[in-house]
Design a protein around this ligand. Structure first.
Ligand code: ARG
Ligand code: ZN
Length: 879
């Protein structure tokens, strides 16, 4: 059951054209398929048997070139249909029945909120009809949909509308045609009583495109932000890459039940409603930003993914890494660039680094899988995007654009590999990327040890960089990678000095240089007039862990003076992390907690100068997450980390009480004009709420009634949620009323109700496991809705480390039980939740055993899904 990259072979048959006809009904939907097949000239196999994928399909009829296929000429099994003795060119006609109502896996055709919708990536199309369901089979699709007109007045599919007509018995039929050949995973269908918000866009070459965001009637008006984001993304891609949209219509549909974020189906994107619906009453600033990102991401796929697609699923990062990079660049241009980078690097360091150092580690281009859905990972997406970013920096933006142009001119309309992409970049820029390619095949996060030495007499600063990478499953020996390390050098007054390598002629040295680290160890020498403080890995120029023996004072210095805002933030993070980890070590030695004065000074400084850039100050003042801290050491001291982090928060709260209060006031004063969405206003809100969270950590008398009052006065979800988050960690009358009131406002708005659940699941609270049990028993909890499940269970298992890792094992037990419950309904969701146990080896013996016990329990349960089996098996395998 293992699929391997090395076994790839072209499809024996190709499909040129498909005509699908859907007769929609909740119980039994009939799918009639007519397709023209022909033998693939590129296939070496001459077998007379054709295999078509198909899962949970009831076959009603089967014809080849109009003649029924005899019983002895075909065979069915649980994975599909075998046709024996087929001709080289023929038409195949099939009729199957499927049951959208009972579809809880949310792949293929399913029902959500009274609507029909589809999700076909990666292998969902085989749940709709028999088909060679692989991305290198590209066909043009015509889709007819027949449904009850009253209940399903809107019938959508890919491409352009061809015709629509009324039929007897209250039915109607609509036919769509998509002129662009596409793989089956980009097929989409939507039917429902839905409404749309409309916009328009004229492309650079003059095509008018109608833009529609479809929503359930009660959500009308909440799609405007997504619509605006779409227009911005369209304009951006024309400006930056010269890429235009290619159909007359672009549709986005919001659905409530969705496994992932969104899907880039040609001309008909289907979105988790979380990434469409927003207004200030129901969505936070972060939600607004996420919507912009995801809308842009799916739009950008039209070129990087749809026009040029993946040959096979091992190439997933070809479209995902590249498209994430593109959406990151877009967002960086829309919001404050450094904040966007901080946000992305945080995600990479907490989620991707953890993945890359555990048993689930895999290369950005994996070599084997059991279930492809398990590979829609932070490694394929986020690390994949980092690789493209490094290419962008190595080549420069001009050459990168030319490389992309070459890629499209070579491969438009085809299904290709990551190697094809790299080669296009290499050819366009005339650079040698042979070593660089290793980033795609070698798993694990590289470690760089940097050491610096200044020689007074020769005025030379010598920087030694050593790289290494721990073994990952199946890869014990690692080769050195080509790592671009961006650095700057600061003098004692904090001024940037030119970074001039010894031997460099000329005077045109920049203040940032990119060092090409290619060997296991390399030494770089620079001419500088005085001992520098190096600013390393600027802008996070490579997805690595870099350590340098900074003193606290040097980190403080960088926090204030570094010209790279990202590195200013990173210096602050390193300083706090250093202090926390020293505290953890002291605690492990039985010493008492004490706050180091250096940290109070650093925070005071940031607070004092916070009005210059409030968004950045807010990020610098947030303590590193527990997830980031546990990644600092191989052996995880979870109690130490949670305790020291909490005590530090309390100490900072106390020591800087007046500062928190006054900075908060200053923010309020500057936003008193009302609610707005500019970067300054967003920055103000985030700093204000960071201050508030410190004030809450050592609350004075009368604080909680105050919080309640602010909650009543809040006029937007960002502030309201920040306040509710504080209230979730205390047990008092104010908190009880606040939650009851919030629930009353939320109960009919699923996305807001998700927040109500998530805030409670993420709360640091001594009785959290009981609390989670109560949430799971709540009448609004729903195991079939992935957003609701994630709000409670993923928030708890992935975000509430103190609770999940409760020493009794109660958290593990609860989550383990729910993995099993979920697995019967939706394996994608159960498998991702099971990933919470994968780091079991790094915990203390007691916890480790308890976590392993849950994995073993899952493993020995009969009938678990392939998704879950793979995650469990890999989690338990020897490293
Ligand atoms: N291609 C989608 C994206 O934009 C993700 C779809 C993933 N679906 C899945 N079932 N794994 O990233
Ligand atoms: Zn994507």
């Amino acid at each position: 059951q293992v699929v391997r990259l090395e076994d790839y072979a072209p499809s024996e048959f190709l499909v040129e054209k498909v005509h699908l006809t859907f007769e929609l009904a909740e119980r039994d939907t009939v799918v009639k398929t007519l397709m023209s097949l022909r033998r693939n000239p590129r296939s070496t196999n001459r077998e007379q048997t054709l295999f078509l994928d198909g899962i949970d399909l009831k076959l009603r009829s089967l014809h080849i070139d109009g003649t029924p296929v005899a019983d002895r000429d075909y065979r069915l099994d649980e994975s599909g249909l075998y046709l024996f003795g087929v001709p080289d060119v023929f038409e195949l006609q099939t009729e199957v029945i499927i049951q959208p109502q009972d579809n809880t896996v949310l792949e293929g055709l399913y029902c959500s909120g009274g609507m029909f919708c589809t999700q076909c990536e990666a292998e969902g199309f085989r749940r709709i009809t028999f088909f060679p369901d692989r991305p290198d089979v590209m066909a043009t699709y015509t889709t007819s949909i027949v449904a009850d007109k009253k209940r399903y007045p809107v019938l959508l599919s890919n491409g352009n509308l061809l015709s629509s007509e009324d039929l007897p018995d209250g039915l109607h039929r609509v036919t769509w045609h998509d002129p662009f050949p596409k793989p089956s995973y980009l097929f989409a269908l939507v039917a429902g009583d839905i409404v749309f918000e409309e916009g328009a866009f004229v492309t650079a070459s003059g095509r008018s495109v109608a833009l529609r965001v479809y929503l359930q009637r009660h959500n009308l008006g909440r799609g405007t932000h997504a619509l605006e984001a779409l227009k911005k993304a369209m304009l951006w891609d024309e400006k930056v890459f010269g890429l235009e949209y290619d159909l007359d219509l672009y549709m986005i549909v919001a659905v409530d039940d969705f496994n992932m974020g969104a899907m880039e189906n040609k001309g008909l994107n289907i979105f988790n409603s979380k990434y469409v619906l927003a207004d200030r009453e129901t969505a936070t600033d972060l939600d607004f930003q996420a919507i912009e990102e995801v809308v842009a991401h799916e739009y950008f796929h039209n070129w990087t993914g749809n026009r040029v697609t993946c040959r096979d699923w091992f190439q997933l990062s070809l479209k995902e890494g590249l498209t994430v990079f593109r959406d990151q660049q877009f967002s960086a241009d829309e919001v404050a660039r450094s904040l966007k980078r901080i946000h992305d690097v945080r995600l990479l360091r907490t989620v991707q680094f953890a993945e890359d150092s555990g048993p689930l580690a895999h290369p950005v281009r994996p070599e084997a899988y059991q279930e492809i859905n398990n590979f829609y990972t932070a490694t394929v997406y986020e690390k994949g995007a980092e690789i493209v970013r490094m290419l962008h920096n190595l080549l420069g933006k001009e050459m990168f654009r030319r490389g992309l142009e070459l890629y499209f001119s070579r491969f438009d309309g085809t299904a290709v590999t990551i190697e094809d992409f790299v080669k296009a970049m290499e050819d366009a820029a005339q650079v040698d990327l042979s070593q660089f390619r290793l980033w795609y095949s070698q798993a694990g996060t590289p470690n760089i040890r940097a050491t610096g030495n200044y020689d007074e007499s020769s005025k030379e600063f010598c920087l030694r960089l050593q790289q290494g990478c721990a073994p990952t499953p199946g890869q014990s020996d690692k080769q050195p990678l080509h790592i671009p390390v961006a650095i700057g050098l600061l003098n004692s007054t904090g001024t940037e000095m030119p970074v001039c390598e010894v031997g460099h002629s000329g005077t045109d040295c920049d203040t940032t240089a990119i060092l090409p680290l290619k060997k296991t160890e390399q030494v770089f020498r620079f001419k500088v007039s005085e001992r520098p403080v190096p600013s390393l890995l600027r802008g996070f120029s490579a997805p690595v862990r870099l350590t340098y023996n900074y003193s606290d004072a040097e980190l403080m210095f960088l926090t204030v003076h570094d010209s790279d805002p990202f590195n200013r933030w990173d210096a602050a993070q390193q300083l706090v992390t250093q202090v926390i980890m020293r505290g953890v070590d002291r605690m492990a030695d039985g010493q008492a907690f004490m706050v180091e004065p250096v940290l109070i000074d650093a925070f005071r400084q940031v607070l004092h100068s916070s009005s210059k850039d409030r968004g950045l100050a807010a990020q610098m003042l947030m303590l590193p997450s527990e997830n980031y801290l546990v990644d600092q050491r191989l052996r995880i001291d979870i109690d130490g980390i949670c305790t020291v982090r909490r005590k530090l928060r309390e100490a900072l709260s106390d020591a800087l009480h007046d500062e928190w209060a006054s900075v908060r006031q200053a923010c309020i004063k500057d936003t008193s004009a009302g609610y707005g969405f500019s970067p300054e206003e967003v920055g103000c809100r985030s700093l204000k709420n960071v201050c508030l969270s410190y004030l809450a950590a050592q609350s004075k008398a009368g604080f909680w009634p105050q919080v309640r009052q602010w909650l009543d006065e809040a006029d937007n979800m960002t502030d309201r949620l920040a306040l509710l988050t504080l209230l979730a960690e205390v047990e008092n009358a104010e908190s009880q009323t606040a939650f009851a009131q919030f629930y009353q406002r939320a109960k009919d708005i699923p996305l807001v109700l998700d927040k109500w659940f998530a805030v409670q699941s993420g709360a640091r609270h001594p009785l959290i496991v009981d609390k989670i049990r109560r949430l799971l028993a709540h009448e609004d909890f729903n195991l079939c809705n992935p957003n609701r499940v994630r709000a409670v269970l993923h928030t708890f298992a992935r975000g509430n480390l103190g609770g999940f890792h409760a020493p009794s094992g109660a958290g593990y037990h609860l989550v383990g039980d729910y993995v099993m419950k979920l697995d019967r309904l939706n394996p994608q969701v159960s498998a991702s939740l099971a990933g919470s146990f994968s780091a079991w080896r790094r915990f203390d013996n007691d916890r480790s055993a308890l976590m392993k016990e849950q994995l073993n329990k899952m493993f020995s349960t009969e009938g678990i899904s392939r998704d879950l089996r793979e995650i469990v098996q890999r989690s338990l395998q020897d490293m």
